[in-house]
Design a binder for this molecule. Structure first.
Ligand code: GAL
Length: 944
């Protein structure tokens, strides 16, 4: 039988619950994906954890919220640097010959990030997820002092369910991230820090899992269908039902197919809703017409939408044929591919999306149709871009290892990327010493099997640089055998394995310095004529010739499309970045760019003449002129007079020896006897003026958009000066900033994060980025000694930034309290509780309500770490509400006394001084009345 008072109490609680649930239900509606890039605090270097000693500390160390040092919620981060992500701290470091050549001679080390994360009461009951797109390299994440994630790769994203640990209301949560970038995963520059985007995703307790929408069209028997799987997850307390409505949206924005499915999801479980959409005559995704469709999944609970997500997809078929190579939509496509790493001039690995767009656009201009993101997963937005731009992608996993941790990295990659029409191959390894062995085969087999469970539509590959002749090797387990270099094995291997599709996964590896036309081993300079392959590689021309002439090799992946930091082969210090690129680190063309353009571009005539024509002192001497063109013939003219004409050699390209005379040298491309293209190079005088050429005429004022601006010098007649090396200083006015500078010289030790840069062989790059809510115009000025300066104005278009998590100032709540048993006699507030006594005093967090009880007195004890910005003798220890009379003691000194017994706010001023303080509150209850610390307790900054 329920007593009336209990019944009343019960009814009241039910009412409250219903109210809370309905409030929760309204609040929980919808999906919020907020940028968490802003408002971080950063400390470069380790923050030592205190040694765990003594029973009390050891006991606490064994508990969930055991984050010490900078991982602790109340750590004093008042002196830390404020910054926004993405952030690469390695690129901020100077070059140092004692650091690793492979990582570009820059210190990496350890760093810490902290961020205060406010969540409102309205968020209670939702599923709260923290997402890091990538952190280089080993990372540990704490929320409110609790370890919530550890990750050992700098290339995979992490989605962390932080729902159980977060607090709502007045006190923000604390996120702490320790990054160990001394750990290396590659032999190239890998950067350091939280270098991709960070998000906070709030969803209903029942929601679509991250990367939980799988929608990859398939064609069978001439019919297209779109099988859709939507993985639902629930953090609700009981089973829930959801209905998923899926629509397919064509490139014109029309809804062209629909489906619906329901699923029941048990508490803390997941379930998959499946459906199949019939799609009639979709517009195919191709390189020339990259038709991107969108698939939207909306999750409903009854009539109410509770979550939604959207992915890109495309309708295309792919096939690798053992004799004829690769087919896209049943048409043969030779892969004109490049390998690239992910760093760029000025910004390191923290590359804004718009700079990626610039890089991919430059590669397309070169005729590239395929990219191997070597040797790791690219950022998600880069694959979206590849879909939209019509580029094929070899999507590569970093670690060859089928053990659980690493397999998780592989399955993350496949889950994230399996809807992209651009992705045509999963690459599971690159040049593994175990590739020739049975172990290599067994490892491959397991990784391939795992991929097939998630995606049966794309073949797998692995990049072999040997080991192909053993009885059982890693290549035996993949669908398409990938060959790095070894062009001598192509025919033999094909003959022995006539049913195996083959592709180059990597070729070329030849050296060039932009704008240089004579190699100088001492000066660590390589001529840009494509004469210097590595001992294991080939020139750009030889590698392509071997591939282009063999239909059974699906295509080429040139090492590399763009230079990257580290691996300064064939040199070491002072060279700090690579010589392999067809473009330099800033995306300026080297000789190989023009070679590939002539070999690869089919839809328009191209011609390029190299070198520059500034050879004062060499009058009358022969200069080697290289002409690259896709036309039938090329003719060279010097100062209007014909020097020679040749049939174009589409592989070797064409050379002319031209006795130098200053003036104008021209290459005329001819097809069918008619001029189809012309390139003109002129001798220039001394530089007199700088020129700024932005890649685009305006910027989105969203705090994300960045534009590379080319800096060059011209002579009095406005002709480019190819050998100018002037030091240029930049200044920005308006709502934006310079985020990096570069010039593509692999031997340069000038800073990337700077407002000055020397031209290198006539060119430099400065990257400007808008500020959030940037309006008006951004003015960039360039000046150099002895030259006329330049100025360019970039209007900032009003474009809203993605929704952001508001920044929050730190608060110092006193959360963890010990509570003495109730006593009839007033106890000594400074009584020492034995370190090894875990039980005679209780443990709790405010609000703490006690009684009515037998004894009137209780002690409440906690500690507070006083931040340096709160130690000035004005800070207040504020109690939201104390019920009962009370004395507040800090470090054995009584600071205040509350004489009224009614529940009321109370505060004491904390004497000057930082560090750890012990706080004890002695509470005396009114007989028969409940008592305690009923409100939050927080250390507040005092009034100024
Ligand atoms: C390959 C390797 C690449 C790069 C290249 C340089 O062996 O896969 O990552 O190191 O050599 O030639």
């Amino acid at each position: 039988m329920l007593r009336p008072s209990t019944l009343l109490h019960w009814l009241a609680s039910c009412l409250l619950l219903v109210l809370a649930l309905s409030a929760g239900a309204t609040q929980a509606a919808g999906h919020e994906r907020l940028s968490l890039d802003g408002g971080w605090l950063f400390h470069r270097g380790e923050v030592a954890m205190p040694a765990v000693k003594g029973h009390g500390m050891s006991y606490q160390n064994g508990k969930a919220n055991n984050g010490w040092g900078a991982a602790a919620a109340d750590f004093d981060d008042s002196g830390w640097r404020r910054l926004d992500l993405p952030h690469d701290w390695a690129v901020e470091n100077p070059f140092d010959r004692n650091e690793n050549a492979s990582q570009g001679y820059r210190a990496r080390g350890i760093g810490w990030y902290r961020r205060y994360l406010p969540l409102s009461e309205a968020d209670r009951g939702r599923h709260i997820e923290l997402q890091f797109d990538a952190i280089a390299t080993h990372s540990t994440v704490w929320v409110n002092g609790i370890v919530v994630d550890r990750n050992w790769s700098g290339y995979n994203g992490r989605s962390i369910d932080i729902t159980p640990y977060v607090r709502y209301g007045s006190d923000p949560n604390t996120i702490a991230v320790r990054v160990d970038a001394d750990a290396q995963e590659g032999w190239w520059y890998e950067g350091a820090g939280i270098y991709r985007h960070t998000w906070l995703v709030k969803r209903d307790a029942l929601h679509i899992a991250t990367d939980g929408l799988h929608a990859n069209p398939v064609k069978q028997g001439g019919r297209w269908t779109l099988p859709v799987e939507v993985t639902l997850q629930s953090s609700a307390k009981a089973a829930r039902d959801g209905v998923v409505d899926v629509v397919l949206i064509d490139p014109a924005g029309r809804e062209v197919a629909k489906g619906s499915a329901r699923a029941r999801v048990a508490a803390l479980e997941s379930a998959v809703a499946r459906m199949k959409l019939d799609v009639r005559e979709p517009r195919l995704w191709s390189l020339a017409q990259p038709n991107v469709y969108r698939v939207r999944a909306v999750l409903r609970d009854g009539a109410q939408e509770i979550d939604r997500t959207e992915v890109q997809t495309g309708f295309r078929t792919i096939r690798f044929d053992a004799d004829k190579g690769f087919f896209l939509n049943d048409e043969s496509v030779k892969l004109q591919g490049v390998c690239i790493h992910q760093d760029h001039a000025g910004v390191g690995v923290a590359v804004p999306e718009s700079i990626w767009e610039f890089r991919l656009r430059r590669l397309k201009e070169m005729g590239t149709n395929a990219i191997r993101f070597a040797h790791n997963a690219p950022a998600a937005e880069v694959l979206d871009m590849a879909d939209r731009m019509g580029l094929l992608v070899m999507d590569e996993n970093r670690h060859f290892n089928p053990s659980p941790d690493y397999l998780q990295q592989l399955t993350w990659l496949v889950r994230r990327d399996r809807n992209h029409p651009s992705v045509i191959l999963w690459s599971i390894f690159n040049e593994e010493p175990l590739q020739s062995t049975e172990a290599g085969y067994e490892m491959s087999r397991r990784m391939v099997a795992e991929i097939r469970k998630l995606d049966a539509t794309r073949p797998t590959t692995g990049a072999m640089h040997g080991g192909l002749t053993t009885d059982l090797n890693a290549a035996d387990a993949v669908d398409v055998v990938g060959l790095n270099y070894q062009i001598w094995i192509y025919d033999d291997y094909h003959k022995k394995h006539p049913k195996r599709p083959l592709t180059s996964t990597e070729d070329t590896s030849a050296f060039m310095t932009r704008g240089e036309y004579a190699s100088d081993r001492k000066g660590q300079v390589m001529a840009s004529y494509d004469d210097e392959p590595s001992s294991w590689g080939n020139t750009h021309r030889d590698a392509w010739k071997a591939i282009a002439q063999r239909p059974f090799i699906a295509g080429s992946f040139v090492w590399t499309g763009i230079d990257y930091r580290g691996e300064p082969t064939p040199y070491e210090w002072p060279s700090a970045s690579s010589f392999f690129g067809a473009m330099d680190l800033a995306g300026f063309a080297k000789g190989a760019f023009w070679i590939h353009q002539a070999q690869w571009v089919k839809d328009k005539p191209v011609v390029k003449l190299q070198p520059h024509w500034n050879w004062a002192g060499r009058e009358g001497q022969n200069i080697r002129v290289m002409v690259t063109s896709n036309a039938q013939r090329v003719r060279v003219l010097l100062n209007g007079r014909e020097v020679g004409e040749q049939a174009v050699d589409p592989y070797e390209m064409n050379y002319f020896q031209v006795p130098y005379a200053p003036g104008r040298i021209e290459a005329v491309a001819l097809s069918g006897g008619k001029e189809v293209a012309r390139d003109v190079v002129e001798t220039s005088g001394a530089a007199v003026r700088l020129v700024l050429t932005p890649d685009r005429p305006a910027l989105a004022g969203d705090g994300l958009d960045a534009v590379p601006v080319t800096v060059s010098a011209v002579d009095a007649q406005g002709r480019p000066v190819p050998l100018a090396q002037d030091k240029v200083t930049f200044a920005v006015e308006g709502q934006g900033a310079i985020i990096g500078v570069g010039n593509g010289d692999p031997n340069s030790h000038e800073a990337d994060k700077a407002s000055e840069r020397s031209l290198f062989n006539g060119l430099a790059q400065v990257i400007v980025q808008s500020r959030r809510d940037g309006r008006g115009a951004l003015k960039l000025r360039a000046s150099a000694q002895g030259l006329q300066g330049a100025e360019v104005e970039l209007p900032l278009n009003a474009v809203a930034a993605p929704p952001q998590v508001p920044t929050a100032e730190p608060t110092t709540p006193l959360l963890s309290w010990r509570i003495s048993p109730a006593a009839a006699v007033k106890p000594d507030p400074n009584v020492v509780l034995a370190e090894n006594d875990m039980n005679s005093w209780g443990w709790d967090e405010p609000p703490m309500r006690r009684g009515p009880e037998a004894g009137a007195f209780r002690l409440y004890r906690s500690g507070v770490n006083v931040r340096a910005d709160r130690n000035d003798g004005r800070a207040q220890l504020a109690f939201g509400s104390i019920a009962g009379k009370a004395e507040v003691w800090v470090d054995g000194v009584k600071l205040g006394e509350k004489t009224a017994a009614e529940p009321a706010p109370f505060s004491v001023v904390l004497p000057q001084g930082g560090g750890r303080r012990e706080v004890t509150v002695l509470v005396e209850a009114t007989p028969g009345q409940p008592s305690g610390l009923w409100g939050r307790v927080v250390l507040e900054r005092g009034a100024p």
